[in-house]
Design a protein around this ligand. Structure first.
Ligand SMILES: C[S@@+](CC[C@H](N)C(=O)[O-])C[C@H]1O[C@@H](n2cnc3c(N)ncnc32)[C@H](O)[C@@H]1O
Length: 424
């Protein structure tokens, strides 16, 4: 771990209202932009209970309610949610829309019509604060491009607002590929009680805080940073093959000869050479491919293969994003098909089988692909929260924390999702 800068902090010792009242309660959270509930799934595995959820997409809300039936769910547009209907909780989460931030999206930025809803969420925190119901912790999640947008100005403005609301924070980048065979690099902003950082914080170099986060720190050394002690990121042990449905040759999902020749015709030239070479050598291998909208030989589309054993980042069809395919070469024969919704679900780490409470999927195949493309990778969220907020909460032992945090004496109730195992 290295250190840069001094990061002198001012005014960081204010007490957090209501701290004492949190003792001996269970860990509760309110979630905004709840979608189908994969943040919920990750938190439930850690013993958290949702006391309020909001999302205005009726299809996703149906999946959420089927999986987490006891949670008071608001279908309203977040801009019309009456803040007094949001109960007190220890944590508020916002996996807010990425469409204006993502490189594949509209690029309207942090004040865009969708991604800009994060400000509404932050207004909610301010309202909760005024009502004496401010959550101690906040978790924001979005695409990695949030770190670069407008030269970092978007991130800086979010951090400034969190500081104004009385939070200190850590900013980390975690890629789902450390947990499952999906490349999905995401930023998490973890807001913690400001009185955790009573003294200057030195930047803690770590794989989860690479140069973009360091740059953010260097631009804002006087903001209330609180660097959590993350362990090394794990190494994924789930091969792509374990994610895929074992479909027989006759399954209608496989491309017919006509579509197969279409696939070959649009394959990136270098990838085509490599694939032909592999097939000629009789090697059996499975890849993922994405179809991108790109001009080549006067065509609009191109297929790119991945040779690293990962699926590309799951996406929704919004914003010109790509569809994902499974490509299998076996004994000189090639089979290609679209990635199934159920496979997208597994790539996000939900347990569909071998569990007392398998995650229920509903809607059309397109709905499922859409919902999981927009969701989060469950074990990545679990890892982030476990090693930040949960660690702080568990640190009633002062040897483990620089503060006198009393923190919760909780006894996590086994949640209905807590026994979930990930994959067979
Ligand atoms: C990135 S997704 C979050 C997905 C979620 N983490 C999950 O596990 O499914 C953003 C969510 O914001 C919701 N959303 C977009 N605009 C909204 C609005 N005006 N009010 C409430 N929710 C909204 C979308 O329906 C979508 O589910």
């Amino acid at each position: 771990m290295g250190e840069v800068g001094s990061g002198a902090l001012q005014n960081c010792s204010g007490a957090v209202p209501g701290r004492g009242a949190l003792k001996s309660m269970e860990k509760t959270f309110v979630e905004f932009f709840a979608g189908i509930g994969l943040i919920h799934q990750a938190l439930a595995e850690l013993g958290w209970s949702a006391v309020f959820a909001n999302d205005n997409d009726p299809k996703k809300a149906r999946v959420y309610r089927e999986n987490f039936p006891g949670v008071p769910f608001s279908h309203l547009d977040i801009r019309t949610v009456p803040w007094d209907s949001v109960p007190k909780a220890h944590l508020a989460t916002a996996s807010f829309p990425c469409i204006d931030i993502s490189q594949a999206g509209y690029r309207e930025g942090i004040h865009g019509s969708d991604s800009g809803l994060v400000w509404t969420f932050l207004d909610c925190l301010a309202a909760l604060d005024s009502a004496g119901k401010k959550p101690e912790f906040v978790l924001l999640e979005n695409v990695a491009n949030l770190l670069s947008l407008h030269g970092g100005a978007a991130l800086d403005s979010l951090l400034g607002r969190l500081a104004d609301l009385g939070y200190a924070f850590d900013v980390v980048q975690v890629d789902a590929k450390h947990f499952l065979p999906q490349s999905r690099n995401r930023v998490f902003i973890i807001g913690v009680p400001r009185d955790l950082c009573q003294k200057a914080q030195f930047f803690k170099d770590h794989h989860v805080r690479r140069y973009k986060v360091r740059e953010a720190y260097m631009r804002n050394p006087d903001l209330p940073w609180y660097f959590c002690d993350f362990p090394e990121l794990p190494k994924n042990s789930v091969p792509l093959q374990r994610i895929l449905e074992p479909l027989g040759d006759a399954a209608p999902e496989w491309f017919n000869p006509e579509r197969l020749s279409y696939f070959w015709s649009l394959l990136e030239i270098d990838h085509e050479k490599r694939l032909r070479h592999l097939m000629d050598s009789g090697v059996s291998a499975t890849f993922t491919a994405v179809r991108r909208l790109r001009r080549r030989r006067k065509r609009e589309q191109i297929f790119n293969l991945r040779f690293d054993g990962l699926a590309s980042c799951l996406r929704t069809p919004k914003g010109g994003s790509s569809t994902q395919y499974v490509v299998q070469a076996e004994h000189g024969k090639l089979r290609v098909r679209r990635l199934l919704g159920i496979e997208a679900a597994r790539l996000q780490g939900v347990c569909l089988e071998s569990s007392a409470h398998p995650f229920k999927l509903s809607g059309t195949e397109q709905d499922i692909r859409f919902a999981f493309g927009d969701a989060v990778c469950v074990p990545a969220v679990n890892w982030v929260v476990r090693n930040s907020i949960d660690t702080i909460l568990h640190a009633s032992d002062t040897r483990r924390t620089p503060t006198q945090l009393p923190l919760l004496e909780f006894n996590p109730k086994p949640s209905h999702a807590s026994n979930a195992t990930r994959l067979p």
